[in-house]
Every structure is written in structure tokens, then in C-alpha cells.
Design a protein around this ligand. Structure first.
Ligand code: ME8
Length: 514
């Protein structure tokens, strides 16, 4: 909430299915921001978890022939395992079936009811279980006698007593909120979508159902089960300790700095959620960023097409850090992107193996061979030396700025600019030739290179924590000197360096290797 804390959340994922690349992507983006802000000295909370109630999950349990609770216990564990597979640094993992969450949702409901924001009536309308969303008549299309909502999911007619939230009364106040907080919704195109949706008028929202049981009962009227979205969204405050607003964690972390979501759930996060919170007299989050959609080799990812990308398989094939790098480098955050084997291999072999990997390997092996395996002592620096070091130093403010705007690809592009400059510097300075003609100058050039690599490694820890950890080991940078507080420090001349090891193996097609 203050400059010294940073609270970032991923969506909580439905436990109807196994995790895939889309889930890994959103949580990865959160992880990189969490790690970056921790390195920058902030107190960080990164929350992820699972959304376990509602009809969609109830149906999935039925289809699996298991009672809902054991079913959600099992599938939720797959999402917990995903955090380990992807090396996520989440500080908490919330499940909506936990007691702390049930208490929090019921408290929020009670606050809304006490403020006259909820009333009982009858609902009649279209509902898509796959989206857990209500749709208006104007959003429905009919094909082969079946009706579909705007996302292409089949809808069914629902008619039953229901509690409503007075969303219609919040239209003006939401518009005012968006105007006063121009950074609340990003990117800009998504902000425009939401603004025009709200400007078009809001209807009261049905927030309870009586025809299924798998969810949180309405306080004082347990025949009603809460709509899964009021339940799910509340997870973000539950994890800070709500309803106990006197808790230190609540005060430190709420309102959240950033909810990262996919574009499919933008409306829930930017219309319903701030309306619920304002109606309950609680502060809304500071920002919601909706990213785009991944396809697989140009095709929509779906179970029925059998082209689901399983994060564990990707990591086994290409390695964890290359996958983390690829997902954030390949596609401008906010736009749709395509996963292809060819693009993945190109990034691995070019950006990682050729550019960054070779830079580190060339520099460190020359030091190993020609400088007695210790950091060389620099002599007077030339303009070229100073330029490279200054450009590397300028990456920290650049990253702070681009990552505060969630522009991961621009952040990485900026870093690779310096990687490229450093490779050109080696070629121009040709330290291998200086070995005979001017060994002192060779030492200076290799010092400048090692120092540049140190800076790059410290900065890239958020994206590739494991590999950059190994690189910092090779530079003999102690654990306590790896945060941004130590960024301006420098390598100590004479410090012994271990033998360098390759960081990024080239990807070789199995048939070419055979
Ligand atoms: O919507 N490309 O859960 P969910 C990119 N429980 N991201 C993708 C993706 C793809 N092809 N597929 C999924 C829910 N995602 C609710 C959320 S939050 C209070 C409740 C990611 O399991 C993306 O982040 O359907 C999307 O928003 C999320 O998974 C949807 O996950």
C-alpha cells in the first residue's frame, strides 16, 4: 500500500481442470513483479490460490464421480504443485473452501446487507456455467437450437428466488472512480472497453442461487448459496486478514497494488469488485491489468482439441528459466500471443545461449585462464568502458519504470540492448589480442565485462532466479550482496572466482542430435 509494501495477486483458478500454460503465465508475471520488488527492498505479498466453489466445480466433481470436497482437495494440490514447477515465490496460497475465507465472505455480505446494498427478489435470465456468468438477452446467439453467450459457452435459463446487489446504483460512482484513477485499468484498450460497458448502463446483479449447494451459504438464509464471483473476488481481502481490519497485515497490504488477470475476467475485477468494495465502504484495489490470450501453434488451446500445454512438460523439454524468459519476452504483455516450438527455440538459442550465455562464458573463461582465476584489477577506464558500465547501471531505473507499467517485454528488450552492447564491446576491445600487447589493459577490459555481467545477473534474478543465482555464484557475489541495495557496489579486485560453467544450453532437435 505504501511505497514500502507491494501486494500483487493472480486470479484464483477454478479446480475443474489441471493447470495449463495460461495459468502459469499469469502467476509467472506476478512472481516476477514480486521478486523484483523484494530485491528492491519492499515488503511484498504475492497471493495465488484456487477458486473451489460454484456449479462449474460441482459439475466437474460429479463427472469425476467424487464428492466435491475430496475432489477440490485433489485438484487444488495440482495448482500448488504448479508453484513449485515454475519456482513461484508466492507468500500465501488461498483456497476458497478455507474457514478464514468463509468468514471473510460472510462478513462482506453482512456489511453490504447492513448498508442496504442487497435485496431479495426473483431472477429470470441466462446463465453460462462454464463462465459462471449471467448474460443479457441481447448477448445471446442461437445455433442449432442451442443458445450461447458472448464467449461461445452454452447458456441455460435460470429462474429462482435470488438476492441482488444494487449494481445499477453504482454506475455514476464507478465512472467517477475510473476518471479519478486513470491507471486503475490497464492496458488502455481494456480501460476503454470497461468504460463503454459501464456507460451503457448497469443492471442489478444476482448474487445468490438456490438450485445448487456447493458454495458459501448466505448469512441468515442458508437456502441461498452465494454467487461464486462474490465468493471468489473476496479472496483478495481474506488473505490480508479481513474482516479483522485492525490486523497489521490488512493495514499494510490492503488496498492491493495490482490484480493481474486474463482479459476474460476483466469485467468481474473492474466493475463488480470495486462496486462491492465501495458499497461496503472498503477501498478498491489500485490497479487491474488484463493480459492477452495464448494460443498453441496458432490454435485456440482447449481440452477438446487435445492441444493443452502442460507447464511441467514445457519445463522438462526446454528448462525452467528459458520458459520463464520466453513467456514474458515473446509477447507484449496485454496482447494475445502464440506459443510455438520454433519461437521458443529461437529465443533459447539466440537471446539466451548466443547473447547472454556467451557473454558470461567468454568473459569468465578468459578471466579464469588469463587473470589467475580472480577478479582483475582495473586500470584507468576509457570512454568505452565507462559507457558500458553506465548503460548497465541505467538499467535499474529503466526496469523500475517498465515493470511498474507491467511492460515485461520492453523491460527485457532494454536489458538485451546492453547484452548486445557488451558483446560488441568484447569484439571491439579484443582482449585475447591484448594478452600479448597490453596485459594490464586486458585486465581492465575483463574487469569491465565481469562487472557488467554482475549487474545484468542481479537485475535478471526476478525473471530467471535459478540461472542468475548460478551466474552470481560464478562471480563469487555473496548472497547478501545480490539485492538492488548492492547494485551500485562493485566486484572486488583479486577475489577468487570458481571455474565457469555453461548457463544456457542450446536446444538441439532430438533427430539432429541422434
Ligand atoms: O476465471 N492464455 O479461473 P480460471 C492466457 N476462477 N491466460 C490464460 C489462458 C490462456 N489461454 N487460459 C487461462 C477463473 N488463462 C476464476 C477467477 S479470480 C477472483 C477468479 C489464465 O481457472 C488467465 O489469467 O478459468 C485467466 O484470467 C485465468 O487463467 C482464468 O482461470
Amino acid at each position: 500500500m505504501s511505497d514500502q509494501t507491494f501486494y500483487v495477486t493472480s486470479p484464483i483458478y477454478y479446480v475443474n481442470d489441471a493447470p495449463h500454460i495460461g495459468h502459469a503465465y499469469t502467476s509467472l508475471a506476478c512472481d516476477v513483479l514480486a521478486r523484483f520488488n523484494r530485491l528492491d527492498g519492499k515488503r511484498v505479498m504475492f497471493l495465488t490460490g484456487t477458486d473451489e466453489h460454484g456449479q462449474k466445480v460441482e459439475k466437474a466433481a460429479q463427472a469425476a464421480g467424487i464428492a466435491p470436497k475430496p475432489f477440490v482437495d485433489k485438484v487444488s494440490q495440482n495448482f500448488r504443485d504448479l508453484c513449485r514447477t515454475m519456482n513461484f515465490s508466492n507468500d500465501d496460497f488461498i483456497r476458497t473452501t478455507e474457514a478464514r475465507h468463509v468468514k471473510s465472505v460472510q462478513a462482506l455480505w453482512t456489511r453490504l446487507a447492513e448498508r442496504g446494498e442487497i435485496y431479495l427478489a426473483n431472477y429470470g435470465g441466462w446463465y453460462a456455467v462454464s463462465d459462471e456468468a449471467f448474460y443479457g438477452e441481447d448477448e445471446i446467439t442461437i445455433r442449432d437450437g442451442k443458445r450461447y453467450g458472448p464467449t461461445g459457452k452454452e447458456v441455460e435459463w435460470v429462474e429462482e428466488p435470488s438476492y441482488f446487489f444494487r449494481l445499477s446504483a453504482w454506475q455514476e460512482r464507478l465512472m467517477k472512480f475510473y476518471e479519478e484513477h486513470p491507471d486503475f485499468i490497464a492496458p488502455e484498450t481494456r480501460r476503454n472497453e470497461v468504460l463503454s460497458f459501464v456507460r451503457g448502463g448497469l443492471k442489478d446483479l444476482s448474487i445468490s442461487r438456490t438450485t445448487f449447494k456447493w458454495g458459501i451459504p448466505v448469512p441468515n438464509d442458508p437456502a441461498h448459496i452465494m454467487y461464486v464471483w462474490i465468493d471468489a473476488l473476496t479472496n483478495y481481502i481474506t488473505a490480508t486478514g479481513f474482516p479483522d481490519e485492525s490486523l497489521e497485515t490488512y493495514k499494510a497490504f490492503w488496498p492491493a497494488d495490482l490484480h493481474l488477470v486474463g482479459k476474460d475476467i476483466l469485467r468481474f475485477h473492474t466493475v463488480y469488485w470495486p462496486a462491492f468494495l465501495m458499497a461496503a465502504e472498503l477501498p478498491p484495489p489500485r490497479r487491474v491489468f488484463a493480459h492477452g490470450w495464448w494460443t498453441n501453434e496458432g490454435q485456440k488451446i482447449s481440452k477438446s482439441l487435445g492441444n493443452v500445454i502442460v507447464p511441467g512438460e514445457l519445463v522438462a523439454k526446454y528448462g525452467l528459466d528459458p520458459v520463464r524468459y520466453f513467456l514474458l519476452r515473446e509477447v507484449p504483455f496485454g496482447q494475445d500471443g502464440d506459443f510455438s516450438h520454433a519461437a521458443m527455440v529461437r529465443r533459447m538459442n539466440t537471446d539466451l545461449a548466443n547473447d547472454l550465455g556467451n557473454l558470461a562464458q567468454r568473459s569468465l573463461s578468459m578471466i579464469q585462464k588469463n587473470c589467475g582465476a580472480a577478479v582483475p584489477a582495473p586500470q584507468a577506464l576509457t570512454d568505452a568502458d565507462r559507457k558500458l558500465l553506465d548503460d548497465a547501471a541505467a538499467l535499474l531505473p529503466m526496469l523500475r519504470q517498465t515493470l511498474a507499467a507491467q511492460a515485461f517485454n520492453r523491460a527485457l528488450e532494454g536489458v538485451w540492448q546492453v547484452v548486445g552492447d557488451a558483446n560488441r564491446y568484447i569484439d571491439a576491445q579484443a582482449p585475447w589480442a591484448l594478452k600479448k600487447t597490453d596485459p594490464a589493459r586486458m585486465g581492465t577490459v575483463l574487469y569491465v565485462l565481469a562487472e557488467t555481467v554482475r549487474r545484468l545477473a542481479i537485475l535478471l534474478q526476478a525473471v530467471m532466479p535459478e540461472t542468475m543465482g548460478r551466474l552470481l555464484d560464478q562471480l563469487a557475489v555473496p548472497a547478501e550482496a545480490r539485492s538492488f541495495a548492492s547494485f551500485a557496489a562493485a566486484l572486488t579486485a583479486g577475489a577468487p572466482l570458481p571455474a565457469p560453467q555453461g548457463l544456457f544450453p542450446r536446444y538441439v532437435e532430438p533427430e539432429a542430435a541422434a
